[in-house]
Ligand binder design. Sequence first.
Ligand code: SF4
Length: 411
Amino acid sequence: MTATTSATSSAPNAATSCSTRLLTDPWVIDAEPPSYGPGASMGDRIPLAAPRQGEIPEEYRTASEEELHDRIRAAKEALGSRVVILGHFYQRDEVVAHADYVGDSFQLATAAKSHPEAEAIVFCGVHFMAETADILSRPEQAVILPNLAAGCSMADMADIDQVEDCWEQLGELAEDVIPVTYMNSSAAIKGFVGRHGGIVCTSSNAATVLEWAFARGQRVLFLPDQHLGRNTARAMGIGLDEMVMWNPNRPLGGNTPEALREAKVLLWFGFCSVHKRFTVDQIDKARAEHPGVRVIVHPECPMPVVDAADESGSTDIIRRAIEEASEPTTFAIGTEITLVQRLAAQNPQHTVFCLDPVVCPCSTMYRIHPGYLAWVLESLQRGEIVNRISVDPSVAEPARLALERMLAARP
Ligand code: SF4
């Protein structure tokens, strides 16, 4: 098999994608009743209060790809150091092409912090990432999310009212619980964690952060991704019988008081619909069809998938594993398709393919289109800030504390 070529700059093939609506322009989806839109999260229920994107001017909706590319480049050049553009690994190639930095959410938050001179940080990613950049940047800097409807269904699965309610239901047990939240959560959840002596983690430092938490409490409440929490805790030697799931729709999360007392880890009932698509059958098939294949999956995948893989790690770890392999290697990857296709195109010395044969990108990352990027940049050129993401100081302060605890946590 030869390396898969990048298909991210063109529309997905309707015959092999999870939704023919991936061919629909995002502004058409924006105008419809709220939904995550086509892609991996299309079956997830969107909260009523999820931000919506208003209509952008017609000139951006009708411009050709080439025209948008030229306009973005010209606006960026004119703005110079006044603007920094950040692009998440899962963004379309035609957006990533204009990014000053490309990385995972943590790398991009760090990049945002390293540009105190920029007046504006344009975050081509999803809502919680822009919030984190706002928390870490200077108050005068404007963080802009090109499409306000680019949320994250996993982050939305931990609603602040439900988490407050969980804490209340834990009662005196909460005294020994350290809340830990994955970076992929709202600012409100990060703020909650900061207020209750807790900490933020990423997919690359989750074990270090759990050690930090267990040095301070008997139990951990892990938000919002059950899979990252379970995979990390188990790799640290915590048994499955020491973990319980907290379902926010059931009294005591669906647990008995005894089970909660005995648990070391309380896993919030959240998941990423992109990484939930990967299965052990896909891995078995890859091994049967490609003897010697190296299977690497993201730790947001379910535990049986992580167990069946050769390795698991963050998007950046996956990227480095491919780039640093000295011999031509076949890689089967379990993470978002846009990144996998780009890695395949960038590393023709290897064969790189996605474990899932169906093209099903992250619905919300996909909502950022060059049309929105051109609109926010040209608005900045005119002195107008659109789509600013601002976190209230009462939330930002404890959230920053939880992020700083993470930065200070050492293995
Ligand atoms: S890939 Fe999953 S966790 Fe990441 S933004 Fe998309 S839905 Fe959220």
